[in-house]
Design a protein around this ligand. Structure first.
Ligand code: ZN
Length: 329
């Protein structure tokens, strides 16, 4: 599906299907201009995504040789097709930190380390094993690394008269970036700010407190003047400020719930057990009925809240028989 969302500049949304994924679709944006175009995010490295993207780019009469690509963050639903879609003359922009992380992912280092880390947090090994071959983030990632222009906070680049500013917004991923058109007051928010669903915040290797970073990155966006926000999934919106407040409130209430679960139990719990005792919006399914990948996300999200509470000095973490457990401080 193709939709013209904005006239000046000309912004199209290409809806890329994400089969068997609760996100359902990805918003890939095309900013069209006379001489060069910019494509933001690509879809998974799988045929269903490729066909939808190519077909719509054709409808728009886009010549990839004259099209640059901006990747908001490392996740495979945003980057997967990069090698298949980019022309050798396309400039590819991506945040430096996420690019380096992606490289390590491709080499396999981060997956192994994350699996080991989750096992130490009480995550059952048989689920980890099942996930090794079904994790979409892993199987639909780009097949190899690509040459790109590594961008950092406040870097600027042009597309004819349009001036884009890169806004570093770590949280959802360690090096997530948004793209801002300052003069036009338009924001491409990637997965930093979504309107119909709450962006997943997880605990990342070598990141001390993802949730703290995420909240700081939300506050950072609040200071910009924004008329319209184009997110990585689902609907766009004119009121980013209200949504930022809602998301911050959501995490505050999840932090309280996490603390309540720890308080309400006499024995010390693992992160996996804490996740199982939290409330999740999963169409009435109980924890034991959760699909494997949803358990993985839920535990990641719980870990990010636990990291935050540790840094706030509310709880502490200790090792018991090679497994981490949490208790009040
Ligand atoms: Zn994402």
């Amino acid at each position: 599906m193709l939709e013209l969302l904005y006239q000046k500049p000309e912004i199209y949304r290409i809806l890329v299907p994400l089969p068997e994924n609760p996100l359902k679709t990805l918003n890939s944006y095309l900013i069209k201009s006379n001489s060069r175009n910019l494509l933001i995010d690509t879809g998974f490295n799988r045929p269903e995504c490729y066909e939808a993207l190519i077909e719509n780019l054709k409808k728009l009469d886009v010549d990839m040789e004259k099209t640059d690509i901006f990747l908001t963050h490392l996740h495979s639903d945003h980057t997967g097709l990069i090698n298949k879609i980019a022309h050798k003359n396309s400039r590819i922009y991506i945040g430096k930190i996420d690019y380096e992380y992606m490289f390590e992912n491709l080499e396999g280092f981060n997956w192994e380390e994350s699996e080991k880390r989750f096992a130490e947090e009480g995550f059952p090994y048989e689920i980890i094993e099942r996930l090794q071959n079904t994790n979409q983030a892993k199987i639909f990632a780009p097949d190899e690394m690509f040459e790109s222009l590594l961008v950092e906070d406040n870097d600027k680049f042009f597309l004819n008269e349009l001036e884009f500013t890169v806004i570093f917004t770590p949280g959802h991923t360690p090096g997530h970036t948004c793209l801002y058109l300052e003069k036009e007051k338009l924001l491409f928010s990637g997965d930093h700010i979504l309107f119909d669903i709450t962006p997943n915040i997880t605990s990342w290797l070598r990141v001390k407190d993802s949730l703290r970073n995420y909240i700081n990155s939300l506050e950072k966006i609040k200071k910009l003047e924004i008329k319209k926000t184009f997110p990585g999934h689902r609907a766009h919106s004119e009121d980013v400020y209200n949504r930022i407040d809602e998301i911050i409130e959501h995490h505050k209430s999840r932090l309280l719930d996490t603390l309540e679960v720890i308080k309400g139990n006499f024995s010390e719990l693992t992160a996996y057990e804490i996740a199982g005792l939290m409330k999740w919006n999963m169409r009435g399914k109980s924890w034991s009925e959760f699909p494997d990948n949803q358990k993985w996300f839920a535990v990641g999200e719980t870990l990010s809240h636990l990291d935050f509470l540790i840094n706030e000095n509310k709880i502490e973490k200790f090792k018991d028989n090679n497994i981490y457990k949490y208790k009040l401080k």
